[in-house]
Write a new protein. Structure first.
Lengths: 407, 346, 299
């Protein structure tokens, strides 16, 4: 009898401790992340795992940009605090990160929604909580057919980039009836490239001699390259991730496939040139941001100067750093335009009112509207130079001629 | 604790909750949980909801792997089938209350099919078969675009019960928690009755079990079937909670996580499944909260905290299994025994 | 010399041998551990990548000449493998095999975190140690690194065949794999054999990692190969060294042939499924693999 009583009391004690402890975490009032002197911004991106090579620069760029803004006095007297979360590129983790950022860190806006499948998983929560969010990657699946109310991005979809490459072949190289081959990754990213490829082929009545694909994680693409070689194309269009772009270049060089290869902007990494070496000399990319070696562009010079102040491990800003930096620029401009009376609604309205936003040369001008949260921005074709280890632009900034956007 | 505890009827003897003490404890627990959910942040409710869904899934796999000894590395596949079935059914106009059990049933059929080879194969080879199954399902989810929208994933409408949309975390709790409780009670009862005993016999010595008259075919298949039903239900709940599913939600990693749940929780224990599910769901979040606390004091680590989290996560899993192979349930039992004999424990 | 069709076929076989050799080496690491300790090492892929990064560290960050760097790498990973076994696996002797596998799962996450912490996630180039110029003859091309991989696989087959048949350590390992208790009675230190098997497996894994990184890129994502070789291991038989190697080679070749001949007909995607189709086929026809020993259950 006595033991039972003791146990009971012990249990009550434990329960009350738990409840008391949890009371510490209970928040009732909802601060929207805008305080008198502070604005809290969150980022979600993979900081571990293979995609961290994209996720870490994305988070760094946001932090660095707003550090600069803070040093220059903040926006309308408020300092910007950035909180970065690791989603490990897993959707449930990303959703947990977002809820944590909203509830515990009280963020006002989200400067990075991580990769495309993650952004898709976050969308229901973002829309329900009405959090203005910037997506680092312009993805067809997120922005069409319906424009998400609170998610913004900029740039061409992979389909647009493929079309741009093909139009370069047709109109700049003036190739007559070129034989095309297409190589892509077998998931939503590669399939978007395929969508653009098919649209261009249909519009321009082009001759396709080979279409090959590979699965993410494959360590060997030699049979695909062999098939492409056998079909004897004049140009190879590619929608692949950097690791497989590298494998493709090496394999092509080995097999003696020397035709020009055109890839999308996501694989326009300096690492591709570094690892592929001389095999990269036939490598071209459609790119919609400025290159890190273009220090004559004022925006790029400022970006590099700001970045170097924060002691990065290397002096060359990675591609996704540049893309995310522009997102931060856009977000900062939106906050500025919304004025001192800053709420989530005024921020969204301010962003949607941006017209021809000038990123000082980092990208083409960006214009939003209520209907369009991911405008196509100008691209260039850039070519890899294995001697310098950098890319060089070989066209001017342009849009695609055919527009397969639904807006 | 149990002294002076006499049963005077069969009903009392086989009741699920044996003593008043336990009944009171569980009652208090449920009340405090509900109270907590009502006043807490969405973030914490999210963790609780995820844990509840994971509990259903882990009960399923514990029945199959912990109780029947059939190692399954394909839980993600059954989850996927449940999730996609439910998503497609609701898209076609089925009400959620119907789609949920149907998704479970479709998953059950898959479970039957996967269970058939188990009759001929042993232990490790069942693991390999289920592993292949998981891979195939993931591949199908990716390629069968007309059904699943492929790699882009599917938007799923929120659970809709009698016209009310279950749209927030707190509302969802009141859907998933009763289901989890039901699942636990059902599993507990299964385990203490004839099927459960047959499964345990198959796990321990299947040749002897067969010799004693237990139909291996029937019980192995039923184990697969029940386990995949649970997984199907969990998958359906997941789909309607996240309101979006994609092939990336059902990779091998998920199957491995469920196995980790039952090993850390306690193989062959219902309570262990719950412990494991909660632990594995809450651990990454706990590490996040911990590292937030430390980020201030050790800014050097600031950049690399995510990697350190991963190291700790792996280390904790390893140490857990090494130190207490019987898992959290083993620790729980040890604690109970300690207090039972206190102050005469030795 | 060869007609285009024949050259094409031979090219596919040769490339298949090359990638199959990578599978074979990784599968070999798996099987060594399984054979000696009955453990399926989920962290094999991470061990492989760790070996590659350790070698990178010696060559690029410490500027040690290549041959010495290789040897240092083997010694380092052998020690890491041995210590891992002593620290994390030995306490679990006697526990259900399932728990042990879960420890290897935890180990794989742990190693992933360590590799990420020490070397980051940017794509790196593994320093070249063989010429990059492709060798071609009669219309068939192979790169020297691929050739090196195939040759290494052949050498490993011979080394391990000899090791297990004639050396004391090798015979001791076979004894332990066969019957732990009897081995203990015969005076074999089962402890040391367990540790040794992990050490050897780590060395083999690092060889695979170095070669794979040289062929493709140096990046933590390569650890995925650890899972990919599962079909090879099953095909060959979980406890057969020769089987692991042959299994890897066969899958590499069949994958490539499927990619070369069937993919163009169906629009692609068959190549990646090949390994799993083979896996399922083997499970149905001959679950113990080509060379595995059938488990006879004693009542």
């Amino acid at each position: 009898m006595k033991t039972k009583l003791n146990m009971f009391i012990g249990f009550l004690l434990v329960m009350s401790i738990l409840i008391g402890f949890s009371a510490k975490y209970i928040s009732v009032a909802k601060a929207q992340g805008v305080l008198k002197d502070k604005i809290i911004i969150g980022t979600i991106s993979p900081l571990t795992g293979p995609i961290a090579m994209v996720g870490i620069p994305i988070a760094d760029a946001v932090k660095d940009y707003f550090s600069l803004v803070n040093e220059q006095g903040g926006i309308h007297g408020r300092q910007i605090e950035v909180v970065s979360e690791d989603d490990k590129y897993e959707p449930p983790q990303a959703i947990a990160s977002l809820k944590k950022l909203i509830d515990r860190d009280k963020i006002f806006a989200l400067a990075s929604t991580s990769g495309t499948p993650i952004t898709a998983a976050l969308t229901p929560t973002i829309e329900r909580e009405k959090i203005p969010s910037m997506a680092p990657i312009p993805a067809y699946g997120i922005f069409e057919p319906k424009t998400p109310k609170h998610i913004f991005a900029y740039g061409p979809f992979y389909a647009d980039q493929v079309i741009f490459n093909i139009e370069y072949i047709l109109f700049n190289l003036k190739a007559k009836d070129p034989k095309l081959a297409f190589f892509y990754q077998d998931d939503d990213f590669g399939q978007d490239g395929l969508r653009g490829f098919r649209a261009a082929v249909e519009k321009y009545k082009l001759n396709v001699v080979a279409t090959e694909k590979y699965t993410r994680g494959a360590i060997d693409i030699s049979s695909q390259v062999l098939n492409i070689k056998r079909a004897n194309p004049d140009f190879l269009i590619v929608t692949a991730i950097p690791s497989h772009a590298i494998m493709l270049l090496k394999e092509a060089q080995k097999m003696g496939l020397t035709i020009p290869i055109f890839s999308c902007a996501n694989a326009r990494l300096e690492e591709v040139i570094k690892v592929a070496g001389s095999a990269a000399d036939i490598y071209h990319c459609a790119e919609y941001a400025a290159l890190p070696n273009e220090i004559e562009i004022p925006g790029m010079a400022k970006l590099i100067q700001n970045r170097n102040k924060r002691n990065p491990a290397d002096k060359i800003p990675p591609k996704y750093y540049i893309l995310s930096y522009v997102n931060a620029l856009i977000l900062g401009e939106g906050i500025k335009k919304a004025g001192r009376d800053l709420t989530r609604e005024t921020l969204v309205k301010a962003l949607e009112s941006l017209r021809e936003f000038n990123t000082e040369g980092l990208t083409g001008p960006i214009s939003y509207s209520q209907d369009d949260h991911c405008p196509m921005t100008a691209m260039r074709v850039v070519k890899a130079n294995s001697k310098t280890g950098f890319y060089e632009p070989i066209t001017g900034w342009e849009l695609t001629r055919i527009n397969i956007r639904q807006k | 604790m149990r002294s002076g505890d006499f049963k005077t009827s069969y009903k009392e003897d086989i009741s699920l909750l044996q003593t008043t003490f336990i009944k009171v404890c569980i009652g208090l627990f449920v009340i405090s949980l509900i109270g907590f959910v009502l006043i807490a942040d969405k973030y914490f409710v999210y963790i609780i909801n995820l844990s509840a869904i994971a509990t259903i899934g882990s009960l399923g796999i514990n029945l199959l792997t912990g109780f029947t000894g059939q190692i399954s590395v394909g839980q993600a596949g059954f989850l996927a089938i449940g999730a996609y079935s439910s998503a497609i059914l609701t898209k076609c106009g089925f009400p959620f209350l119907l789609a949920l059990p149907l998704a479970g049933l479709i998953s059950t059929i898959a479970g039957f099919l996967v269970g058939i080879p188990s009759l001929k194969l042993k232990r490790l080879y069942i693991a390999i078969t289920t592993f292949a199954f998981g891979f195939i399902i993931e591949h199908l989810a990716n390629s069968w675009v007309s059904l699943t929208n492929g790699a882009q994933g599917m938007v799923v409408s929120p659970a809709n019960i009698f016209g009310i949309n279950i749209d927030t975390d707190k509302e969802f709790f009141f859907l998933v928690f009763p289901l989890a409780v039901l699942a636990t009670i059902f599993a507990r009862n299964l385990v203490r009755s004839k099927p459960g005993r047959a499964w345990i016999a198959i796990r321990d010595r299947d040749i002897a079990a067969e010799a004693m008259g237990i139909d291996l075919y029937r019980y192995k298949l039923s184990s697969f079937a029940v386990s995949s039903f649970y997984a199907g239900v969990a998958g359906s709940l997941m789909a309607h909670y996240f309101q979006y599913i994609g092939p990336t939600h059902f990779e091998l990693l998920i199957s491995v996580q469920y196995l980790a749940m039952i090993i850390i929780g306690g193989l062959g224990s219902i309570l262990g499944s719950i412990f494991g599910a909660v632990f594995m769901t809450a651990l990454p979040e706990l590490l996040k909260l911990l590292s937030d606390l430390f980020k201030g004091s050790f800014p050097i680590f600031g950049e690399k905290f995510a990697d350190i989290n991963m190291i700790l996560y792996g280390l904790i899993i390893m140490l857990f299994v090494i130190i207490e192979p019987k898992g959290l349930n083993g620790i729980w039992n040890n604690v109970k025994v300690y207090w039972k004999m206190w102050p005469y424990t030795h | 010399m060869f007609s285009e069709e024949v050259a094409n076929f031979l090219q596919l076989i040769l490339s298949g041998l090359a990638v199959g050799s990578i599978y074979a080496i990784v599968a070999l690491g798996f099987v060594i551990i399984y054979k000696a300790t009955d453990v399926l090492n989920f962290a094999q892929g991470e061990l492989m990548v760790l070996g590659a990064f350790v070698c990178y560290f010696f060559i690029v960050q410490l500027h040690i000449p290549i041959i010495w760097a290789f040897l240092l790498t083997f010694v380092t990973v052998a020690i890491i493998g041995f210590i891992t076994e002593e620290l994390f696996l030995r306490p679990l002797v006697g526990e259900p095999i399932f728990s042990v596998i879960m420890v290897t799962v935890g180990l794989s996450i742990f190693l992933k975190g360590v590799i990420g912490l020490l070397w980051g996630y940017m794509i790196k180039k593994f320093p070249t140690f063989v010429s990059e110029a492709p060798i071609s003859f009669s219309g068939i091309v192979i790169s020297p690194i691929h050739l090196a991989t195939i040759i290494l696989t052949g050498i490993l087959i011979v080394i391990f065949a000899l090791f297990f048949k004639f050396s004391i350590m090798g015979i001791a390992m076979r004894a332990v794999a066969n019957d732990q208790d009897a081995s203990l009675l015969m005076g074999i230190s089962v402890r040391k054999i367990f540790g040794l098997s992990w050490a050897i497996s780590a060395i083999v894994a690092s060889m695979g990692g170095i070669l794979l990184s040289a062929i493709t890129i140096l990046h933590p994502s390569l650890s995925f190969v650890g899972i990919k070789v599962f079909p090879a291991v099953v095909l060959g038989g979980l406890d057969s060294i020769l089987g692991a190697i042959l299994g890897g080679l066969i899958i590499g070749i069949v994958e490539n042939l499927a990619g070369g001949y069937i993919d163009p007909l169906v629009g692609g995607g068959v190549k990646e499924l090949t390994a799993f189709v083979i896996l399922i086929a083997i499970m149905m026809i001959r679950p113990y693999g080509l060379f595995g020993k059938e488990e006879i259950e004693r009542v």
